[in-house]
Design a protein around this ligand. Sequence first.
Ligand SMILES: Nc1ncnc2c1ncn2[C@@H]1O[C@H](COP(=O)(O)OP(=O)(O)OP(=O)(O)O)[C@@H](O)[C@H]1O
Ligand SMILES: Nc1ccn([C@@H]2O[C@H](COP(=O)(O)O)[C@@H](O)[C@H]2O)c(=O)n1
Length: 237
Amino acid sequence: MSVTVETAARTAPAAVIVGIDGPSGTGKSSTSKAVAAKLGLRYLDTGAQYRAITWWMLNNGIDVRDAAAVADAAGKPSLVSGTDPAAPTITVDGQDAAGPIRTQEVTAAVSAVSAVPEVRARLTELQRGIAADGPRGIVVEGRDIGTTVLPDADVKIFLTASAEARAARRSGELSGKDRADLAATQAALVKRDAADSGRKTSPLAKADDAVEVDTTELTLNQVIECVVTLIEEKRTA
Ligand SMILES: Nc1ncnc2c1ncn2[C@@H]1O[C@H](COP(=O)(O)OP(=O)(O)OP(=O)(O)O)[C@@H](O)[C@H]1O
Ligand SMILES: Nc1ccn([C@@H]2O[C@H](COP(=O)(O)O)[C@@H](O)[C@H]2O)c(=O)n1
């Protein structure tokens, strides 16, 4: 019996930790979910957590431009992320926040909230706990996963794409009046990236040991295959 247990322990694939970073609209969420589902890994959307804490601040009358007020409130909301790639979830104080965190109001405010060190410290600790809590490994996507949250990740990917391609992808998700407003979509993306790259604490950045994948000319399936191959290579190395 003990021989069987030892054999199983030796042959079980080690949990793999994957960090996927990049600017807005490069395909992090779509790629990360699909890769996690294909490889039987968990999935964590850290952007959803920053959006969720921003939503809570807005709902509770906190001025998101007042960094001291945001810092004081950073520990108050209870955030829970579900990590099934087929159905990721996010709740704030027990309330489903998946829909409300995607509004324009939250998108416009999130960079100010995510620049506050106390917010980042809280969410980084939460993210590390989730990544460590499970046998199967995980794909974690965000802006600072490779540099700060999981610097020892087994595989680090940094997705990029031209601003034009990213705006076109985002506009494809919209309809009616919004769809026509490609230039405004692009300007908003570029503005958010500049704020995320320019903050002092764990800015959006490529880790030195991350593999950069320019997705401008790639289909989503090509990007998914590319990332799966990089992970499989690492697993068999
Ligand atoms: N390689 C690709 N080719 C065409 N469309 C793509 C590609 N990758 C992603 N998309 C589409 O672009 C849109 C944005 O993708 P996604 O939400 O995955 O990006 P993201 O990097 O997670 O963005 P954000 O950081 O703003 O959350 C989605 O509609 C997605 O289907
Ligand atoms: N690791 C991360 C992830 C996200 N952010 C901030 O959240 C915003 C929303 O992220 P999306 O991926 O949902 O677009 C993003 O613009 C950042 O301000 C972060 O700081 N760190």
